[in-house]
Each structure stands twice: as structure tokens, then as C-alpha cells.
Design a protein around this ligand. Structure first.
Ligand SMILES: Nc1ncnc2c1ncn2[C@@H]1O[C@H](COP(=O)(O)OP(=O)(O)OP(=O)(O)O)[C@@H](O)[C@H]1O
Ligand SMILES: [Mg+2]
Length: 286
């Protein structure tokens, strides 16, 4: 496959994940650089689930036009698989940025988070929940912040959210999942789970460390806790105070309060909306 739909000429693979591959490509019609996310298969049932996820991502992105959300261009079936074409983002993920810089200056971290919250305000306004807010799914591209990866998005239907995964399987990234999302029967979670993900991401941007293990991204190794332990930490363990995680850190005190509120175990104790969290962030910085 070096040309797709007679239109997109593949340049290189930029990601080879469990569920999808991402390619940089060139639109032969207008010369634009695009990124193509392609559903991968192994067993037939995996391919079917991965196609469903990518279709759902396409539907969500189609409805979401926002300067802080990756812009969708095209989406089509390709044989048994499915392709999503979006704008190509030159740059790096926030996860890569944290890895390179060990942590971000607080003013930068706040700016990144305000953009993510602005994107989430639009997402939640449509009744959608992203469900995988983390530094790997936010890109810094030419000075702009873009939220991507809507592969786990939930959208309301008349019969309630539609499941792709089996009823007793959790979805999300164990190291950033809200406590209520860690339960296998988690159909009750809502936009506040995304704000928990924001709390995690802000914690990591400010300190360079994981909120529970205190482990730096650079030192993450085979010793990293298992998914089961990570889920258990989300549900039962309080996050490390900044003074214990990074004693030398100097940031406005109010910022730690914002992070800790976003990381509350019970959704009702967190910020109730992206707008509320944005206001608290703005109040916390001089
Ligand atoms: N529009 C884009 N422009 C440039 N790179 C991108 C773009 N979209 C995704 N990528 C790269 O591909 C990576 C994976 O993309 P994404 O997060 O959408 O897939 P994923 O669902 O996490 O994949 P999997 O679940 O299979 O691991 C991103 O972290 C980023 O490095
Ligand atoms: Mg991703």
C-alpha cells in the first residue's frame, strides 16, 4: 500500500500501535500533508473492534471543529479495515516533551492545560466523553496544542452509551484512569473522568512524575507497576504531595490545589466542568 484511495501518497509510518498504525502522507489533490490512522487487525474480532473504534473516532471528529482538536479531513473503509485522514501535526506529543525536558515550566503547563480544557469544553458540550486524556494524546505543533485520539470516545445514543468492549473489560490507560472507570461495570462515568485525566496530565507536566508511584517518565522501566496495581492505586491511593514527589519544585501553591481537586476519587468532589477547572487554573497563577 503506497497510495490510498488513489489520492493519499504514503510517506512514512509514524506510529505502530496495538490497535492502529499512523502514517504521514501527502494529499495528491492539493499537496497537503495529512496523517492517516489505519485500523489494525490480528484476529478477525480485533479488526472488527478496531474498525468500530476508528469509525466512532471519525464520527466524533466530524462533529468537532475546534482550534485545539485535530482537524478531520476524510474517513473511509479500506478493504476489511478503515482509515481516518486528519491534518498532519508537525511536532511532538506532550509525553515526548516531558521525556525530553523532564518537566515543563508551570506557565507552559498551565497554557497547555487551558487549551486541553477548551477542547474538552467543546467535547463535553456535545455530550461526548474522550476517556483517554493523557500526555500521549496531546500534541504540541507549531506552538499550538491539539487534542487527538478519540478512539475511546463515548457518545450518547437513545439506548445509552454503545459498548465495543466486552461487559467485564475496562477501557483506558491504567496509569491515568479515573477511579470510577477502573470498575469493569463502568457505564456510569461522565465528563468528570476526563477532568481526572487532566489532573493527572497537569501533575506530570508540573513535576515530571507519576502522581502515585512518583516515577519519572524517563525512568519508567520493566519495574513499572502492573496494570492491576495501577488501577488499585487510582481507586485507593492518595496522590503524592508535590513536596514529597519533588521537594525542590517552586510553583504557585494554588496550582497544587487545582491538581489535587481534579484527582479527587469521587467525581462529585472534583471540578464539575472543564470551564470550572479553567477558571480555577487562571485564579491559581499570578
Ligand atoms: N495528526 C497527526 N500528526 C502527526 N502524528 C500523529 C497524528 N496523529 C497521531 N500521531 C502520532 O501517532 C501516535 C498515535 O496516535 P493515536 O494516539 O491517535 O493512536 P492510538 O489510538 O493511541 O493508537 P494505539 O491505540 O494503536 O496505540 C501519536 O502519539 C502521535 O505520535
Ligand atoms: Mg493514543
Amino acid at each position: 500500500m503506497d497510495k490510498l484511495f488513489g489520492r493519499y501518497k504514503l510517506v512514512r509510518q509514524v506510529w505502530d500501535g496495538a490497535m492502529s498504525s499512523v502514517y504521514e502522507a501527502r494529499d495528491q489533490c492539493d499537496g497537503a500533508r495529512v496523517a492517516i490512522k489505519y485500523a489494525k487487525g490480528g484476529e478477525a474480532s480485533h479488526l472488527r473492534n478496531n474498525v468500530l473504534r476508528l469509525e466512532r473516532e471519525a464520527v466524533a471528529l466530524w462533529r468537532l471543529r475546534h482550534p485545539c482538536i485535530v482537524r478531520m479531513i476524510d474517513a473511509r473503509r479500506h478493504g476489511d479495515s478503515y482509515c481516518l485522514v486528519v491534518e498532519y501535526l508537525e511536532g511532538m506529543t506532550i509525553a515526548e516533551k516531558i521525556y525530553h525536558d523532564s518537566h515543563l515550566p508551570y506557565a507552559v503547563a498551565v497554557k497547555v492545560m487551558l487549551s486541553v480544557l477548551s477542547a474538552l469544553n467543546a467535547v463535553h458540550g456535545l455530550g461526548l466523553v474522550h476517556r483517554d486524556i493523557k500526555a500521549e494524546n496531546v500534541m504540541l505543533s507549531n506552538g499550538r496544542i491539539k487534542l487527538l485520539d478519540f478512539g475511546l470516545v463515548t457518545m450518547p445514543t437513545r439506548k445509552g452509551p454503545r459498548r465495543i468492549t466486552e461487559p467485564m473489560v475496562t477501557v483506558g490507560t491504567p496509569s491515568c484512569m479515573a477511579p470510577e472507570a477502573c470498575e469493569a461495570v463502568a457505564l456510569r462515568w461522565d465528563a468528570r473522568a476526563d477532568l481526572y485525566g487532566c489532573g493527572h496530565m497537569l501533575y506530570e507536566m508540573l513535576t515530571g512524575r507519576h502522581a502515585f508511584g512518583g516515577e519519572a517518565r524517563r525512568n519508567a522501566s520493566a519495574r513499572s507497576p502492573s496494570p492491576q496495581i495501577l488501577l488499585m492505586q487510582q481507586v485507593h491511593m492518595p496522590p503524592l504531595l508535590f513536596a514529597d514527589a519533588v521537594p525542590e519544585l517552586r510553583i504557585p501553591e494554588g496550582l497544587e490545589r487545582v491538581v489535587m481537586r481534579a484527582l479527587e476519587k469521587r467525581p462529585e468532589d472534583r471540578f464539575q466542568s472543564a470551564a470550572e477547572m479553567s477558571r480555577a487554573l487562571l485564579d491559581a497563577v499570578p
